[in-house]
Ligand binder design. Structure first.
Ligand SMILES: Cc1cc2nc3c(=O)[nH]c(=O)nc-3n(C[C@H](O)[C@H](O)[C@H](O)COP(=O)(O)OP(=O)(O)OC[C@H]3O[C@@H](n4cnc5c(N)ncnc54)[C@H](O)[C@@H]3O)c2cc1C
Length: 428
């Protein structure tokens, strides 16, 4: 189905989760098959029109003006192979669908904090999941990518048959093709010891920081300072308060989990404590990310280290959600099959999120305050449109990898058709 700006469903079709930034294409191809994707890319290539892809609109890295927008929300489907321990998804599939399909086999994917993010958009950008310290990035566990490249050919790409493209797609996100299907590993995780601890005292962030110094890789955690609105939908103790929310996912036993968390619980009174045995199918309750579309702005800094002074930068930033995610473990190691995901040296990710379409000063202010501990790198999945400068995109990769990506781009997409994304310009 092709939708132009005069069509009554144009606005609905181009609108996703992120309301602050939207594509304004000349024509939308609402695809239902890989063949439709080929038609859309061929249409764009014949007219030298830029191509954007949207699954859920959680990312929107570049508000594409004109050109072609391919929406994949109708191209969904999951197949689980319990023997092989893998799943295959179609382009527009959300994590929630994979979690549900894998759970009956005692398997879990490397999904992230929000179940409605698309598997493909998340994985191509790296994919920092709730079990990330144990298993690494989602992109580290991809087995095959089905993709329509800029020449409008549909191919199945694996490590063996197109090493360069397979390497670039896993980390280089939408710059190298429109993915129609993805095959990846699942993991034998039926339940977690997981949930959240909610404190009223900002100093709980310091307690969390100290606690992360010595954690096993089986435990992945983050802390967010959240100014909650006073709304009935929230649990009563959180309403209208600025709350420190510690998020925990541990794949060991409940008894070991209780022991590990004891020092943090000892910090002081909790507003809420939801930690306990948790089926992976309910893992979205660990973060409780918003599910309603909204205008939000995000920015982030990758850190070598998180000293108390870095934590203190968040104390006065009352208008933002400020989050620190603990990295390291498997995230710091190269995967068996190399990919383009960069910045494996970062120990923490500091993120800030504000509501509304404007970008308030708190983003630039915290970026500056955290500079002494910053690696200088960026994580592609968290580079928002407002901060997606060519330098920020370059900073998502090592210098050597960026040069390799640019070279590949000049071979595989010399006209830079796939540029309404975090584009990597071809060389020359
Ligand atoms: C509430 C929230 C929670 C999040 N939590 C996490 C998290 O825990 N870990 C994490 O790593 N990230 C997280 N993210 C970031 C998220 O993973 C990225 O924004 C991701 O790109 C979203 O993918 P999408 O397809 O759902 O979004 P979209 O906006 O639809 O797409 C974003 C981009 O992904 C690429 N893309 C999507 N589909 C295709 C395709 N078929 N072929 C080629 N390229 C494609 C394109 O470049 C596109 O512009 C979160 C974002 C939000 C808003």
């Amino acid at each position: 189905m092709n939708i132009t700006a005069d069509h009554e469903s144009y606005d609905r079709e181009r609108t996703g989760f992120q309301l602050a930034v939207r594509h304004r294409p000349e024509v939308i191809f609402a695809v239902e098959s890989a063949a439709d994707v080929r038609t859309a890319v061929a249409h764009a290539a014949a007219r030298d029109l830029p191509v954007a892809v949207q699954a859920t609109g959680h990312g929107v890295p570049h508000p594409g003006e004109g050109g072609v927008l391919i929406t994949t929300s109708r191209l969904t489907g999951v197949r689980v192979d319990p023997e092989a321990g893998t799943a295959w998804v179609a382009a527009g599939t959300r994590w929630r669908q994979v979690v549900e399909a894998a759970a009956p086999y005692g398997l879990a994917p490397l999904s992230g904090s929000a179940p409605d993010v698309s598997v493909v958009g998340y994985t191509l950008g790296g994919g920092l999941g709730i079990m990330a310290r144990q298993y690494g990035y989602a992109a580290d566990h991809v087995r095959a990518v089905e993709v329509v490249t800029a020449d409008a050919e549909h191919r199945r790409v694996t490590a063996d048959d197109d090493t360069d493209l397979f390497w670039a797609l896993r980390g280089g996100r939408g710059a190298f093709g429109v993915v129609t299907g993805l095959e990846f590993d699942l993991f034998p995780v039926r339940t977690l010891y997981g949930g959240g601890l909610y404190f009223a005292d900002f100093d709980a962030v310091h307690a969390w920081r100290e606690w992360t110094a010595d954690l096993p890789e089986e435990l992945t955690t983050s802390v967010a300072v959240i100014p909650y609105p006073d709304v009935p939908a929230l649990p009563e103790p959180l309403r209208g308060r600025r709350v420190v929310h510690v998020r925990i996912a541990y794949t060991g036993t409940v008894a070991d989990g209780e022991d590990l968390v004891a020092p943090l619980r000892a910090f002081g009174p909790r507003l809420l404590d939801t930690l306990g045995e948790l089926p992976y199918s309910r893992s979205e309750t660990i973060y409780n990310d918003p599910t309603e579309p909204a205008a939000v702005q995000g920015s982030h800094t990758l850190l070598h280290t998180l000293p108390p002074e870095a934590v203190e930068t968040a104390r006065a930033a009352t208008e933002a959600v400020v989050e620190f995610r603990h990295l390291g473990g498997a995230l710091a190691r190269d995967p068996k099959t190399p990919n383009a995901v960069g910045n494996r040296d970062a120990a923490y990710l500091a993120q800030r999120i504000t509501r509304g379409a404007d970008v308030p000063d708190v983003h630039a202010h915290l970026e500056k305050e955290l500079r002494p501990w910053a690696t200088g790198g960026q994580m592609l999945n968290f580079v928002s449109a407002a901060h997606a400068t060519p330098e920020a995109i370059k900073a998502a990769f090592t210098e050597e990898d960026y040069a390799r990506l640019q070279h590949l781009k000049s071979v595989r997409d010399p006209a830079n058709l796939l540029r309404h994304t975090h584009t990597i310009p071809p060389r020359g």
